[in-house]
Design a protein around this ligand. Structure first.
Ligand code: BGC
Length: 740
């Protein structure tokens, strides 16, 4: 039998699809059903043999178009039932065109940017036969030691939900069956970002209230956005590894949220239930994962090996398997795979075309966060400087600027900062380059002399430092998040030349920069900016673009402050400027009571070095006149909060206007600030705009002691400004619902 049996399925309605899935299921052997539940990563020959036997539902990490078409041909024409394959690939921040790492995209605070990057990723990857990506990664990430923070959308539930939703839309388009759409995957459900000490794969202990209020909202938002698939996390959540966690995968995801699509395990996370000490052997691991609600196993074969005997011995009911398999088949229908399993390549014209590259450039430019700009050294002007020293291991390295998870990007397609700067200034500025250090981790002074030499004779030095791609991402965690290797020493050495320093940082995480800040005149944080990083950074340095990125994570001063995030609780003894005592100010043998008695460290300030939402511009914005449309807001109603924002500089620019609230008293304590809205707006020089946010009291809801999502009456503060530290505040109260 062949794929022909699936013809005439075009334009089927949902009910038709369901009945077709049921009829297909009724024809399937148990082995074929279990085959659909397996995603394999083998070599092509082995895969072909397994596919012919009906043992494979999905393939992982194959991106060669001809191979994929051949595998689809085998699946649809050489198997009994002709069921097409899911082809999964980690298309995390681009396919051939590499966009900024997700944390960088999050710094754009632009759902439009995130959506178009995902859209292009879908166009390029679907053109190679991929139909499923394992993104967005929407784990709330509050520990910059964790390498996977690079893949995340940052620390905040609201920002992460909004941008995660945009990413899902970008990948999936209007219809999954469009040939440029691919299925998205909300991962890693849930809590993975809380891995202890930022060590990957580590234990997470997250009280249910915190889980529901902080870690789950982005996943709920992805469900609402129609995300096609979910991935169960590797991690142990409160003693029950997620891959075997029925409460999370079934009670919450399926029953509470009514999510209908398939859940895939993470890579070998089913056999890892044994390693966790949660299952005695792989057979019981398969039982636990299946009972918890993992529909498809990634990479390992515990389902293939053990589900048959578990079903035969009545440990698992066949109806459960049928439901799981039907979710996978339904996804294949939704993707239009039964109708058109093959991909016709329009490849060379679509990959890395000029539109994709221009979006990549814009995304990188909107992701750059200006952290310091003393004496307005930036923007540089090619007419005002004669010579420029470009220094650093990341200045001319097309590979490293792509960052983590860039399997299908090629270094040769990247435009580096050095080449973009040279191209921009042409003959008007003398550009000299010294690498300074062979890699970002080098622990020697070998390249220092040359760097010092070119800096000494230049008008300005641009240092391009940070972390190589390999220092962030999965299993690439750091216990120290300073500039690695001898980079601080290199900055110190170049500082001694007296030439002003503009520091550009490419990195997969926030780094601790407090020590080097006084040595540099400007800092532009570019994350790993992707293929078009060089032109984006160059245009920003020279004022063709105005920096407008804002931090999606707080930047700690020292590693010891972690976890540090703006939405912390107030505590019973909050830190304050008045009570803060610095270690250097403690008198010898002072009575202990003189040390402030608030929630601080003695040896660093209690605040972030740069707060969440922070980012400078080449212009200045002034916020005033914050007003609420009504002071007393009845529960169940909306109200407006408005502010006047003016561009009081002389450069036209974007600003990200941010609205935060604080619920002063709650049945469970509430964060000192919570982002509830943001808008990226454009203001010409001298222009003022009235920016209005509409808030419904439902948006003030949180999970209470009974784990019910509800808004509570009482007093709220509301702030609007350009970062989470904004002081422009007013207040409103929410009134109890009127009794009728
Ligand atoms: C990662 C996932 C990824 C999967 C497939 C795992 O190691 O945790 O995020 O999607 O591999 O490559």
């Amino acid at each position: 039998m062949s794929a022909n049996i699936h013809q005439q399925r075009n334009n089927t309605q949902d009910s038709d699809k369901e009945s077709y899935v049921l009829s297909l299921l009724s024809k399937m052997t148990l082995q074929e059903k279990i085959g659909q539940m397996s995603q394999l990563n083998n070599d092509c020959e082995t895969l072909a043999i397994s596919i012919k036997k009906g043992l494979v539902g999905a393939v992982l990490n194959e991106v060669d178009l001809d191979t994929i078409n051949e595998l689809q041909r085998i699946a649809t024409q050489e198997t009994r039932l002709g069921i097409p394959l899911l082809i999964g690939r980690d298309v995390i921040h681009g396919f051939n065109t590499i966009f900024p790492i997700p944390l960088g995209q999050a710094a754009s605070w632009s759902p439009d940017v995130v959506e178009i990057c995902a859209k292009i990723s879908a166009i390029e990857s679907s053109n190679s036969g991929v139909n499923w990506t394992f993104a967005p990664m929407i784990d709330i990430s509050r520990d910059p030691r964790w390498g996977r923070i690079a893949e995340s959308l940052g620390e905040d539930p609201y920002l992460c939900s909004t941008l995660g939703t945009a990413m899902v839309k970008g990948f999936q388009g209007d219809k999954l069956s469009d040939n440029t759409s691919i299925a998205a995957c909300a991962k890693h459900f849930a809590g993975y970002g809380a891995s202890e000490s930022g060590r990957d794969y580590n234990t997470t202990n997250i009280p249910e209230n915190e889980l529901r209020n902080v870690y789950l909202p982005p996943f709920k938002a992805a469900t609402n956005a129609g995300v096609a698939t979910f991935m169960a996390s590797f991690s142990d959540l409160n003693g029950i590894p997620v891959t075997g966690n029925k409460w999370l995968l079934d009670d919450i995801l399926r029953t509470e949220w009514q999510y209908r699509g398939p859940v895939v395990s993470d890579w070998e996370s089913i056999p890892q239930l044994v390693t966790h000490g949660f299952a005695v052997d792989e057979k019981s691991a398969a039982l636990e994962a299946c009972n918890a609600g993992v529909d498809m196993e990634m990479a390992s074969d515990n389902y293939a090996q053990h589900l048959t005997s578990l079903i035969k011995s009545n440990k698992i009911n066949i109806n459960k398997i049928d439901i799981m398999v039907s979710r996978i088949l339904k996804l294949k229908f939704d993707l239009g795979l039964f109708e058109s399993p093959f991909t016709k390549s329009t490849a060379s014209t679509k990959h890395l075309n000029s539109f994709h590259l221009s979006v990549a450039k814009q995304a990188a430019s909107k992701s750059c966060v200006l952290l310091k700009n003393s004496k307005q050294i930036l923007p540089l002007s090619k007419t005002k400087i004669d010579s420029l020293a470009v220094i650093g291991p990341l200045a001319d390295d097309g590979y490293e600027q792509m960052g983590t998870w860039a399997f299908d990007g090629k270094a040769k397609h990247s435009i580096t900062c050095l080449s973009a700067i040279k191209d921009y200034v042409k003959d008007s500025v003398d550009v000299k380059f010294a690498i300074g250090m062979e890699t970002s981790r080098s622990n020697n002074y070998d390249g220092f002399c040359e760097a010092i030499q070119i800096a000494s004779s230049a008008d300005v030095t641009v240092m391009i430092l940070g972390e190589e791609a390999i220092l962030s991402g999965e299993a690439h965690c750091r216990s120290n998040i300073n500039l690695p290797g001898y980079q601080e020493q290199l900055i110190n050495a170049v500082y001694e030349t007296g030439t002003p320093i503009v520091l550009v940082i490419m990195a997969g995480r926030p780094l601790t920069l407090e020590k080097i800040l006084p040595k540099v005149d400007a800092v532009l944080y570019a994350w790993h900016p992707g293929t078009m990083g060089g032109p984006a950074i160059t245009d920003t340095l020279f004022g063709e673009d105005c920096p407008s990125g804002k931090l999606p994570v707080s930047f700690p001063r020292t590693i010891g402050q972690i976890p540090l995030y703006y939405g912390q609780k107030n505590t019973g003894r909050p830190a304050s400027e008045e009570s803060f005592v610095n270690i250097n100010d403690i008198k010898v043998r002072a009575p202990q009571t003189s040390l402030g008695m608030t929630s601080t460290h003695l040896d660093t300030h209690y605040s972030a070095l740069f707060p969440f939402g922070f980012g400078l511009s080449y212009t200045k914005f002034e916020y005033k006149n914050i007003k609420v449309s009504k002071y007393s807001v009845p529960m169940g109603e909306s109200f407006k909060v408005a502010v006047t924002i003016s561009n009081i500089g002389n450069i036209a620019a974007d600003e990200v206007v941010q609205l935060y609230i604080r619920d002063l008293v709650g049945s469970v304590t509430r964060p000192v600030k919570e982002l509830k809205g943001f808008k990226r707006i454009f203001l010409s020089a001298g222009e003022s705009k009235n920016v209005v946010f509409t808030i419904h009291t439902n948006e003030l809801a949180f999970y209470n002691r009974q784990m019910v999502l509800t808004a509570e009456p009482g007093l709220f503060h509301v702030w609007i400004g350009g970062n989470s530290d904004t002081k422009l505040k007013t207040e409103f109260e929410v009134l109890c619902k009127k009794k009728h």
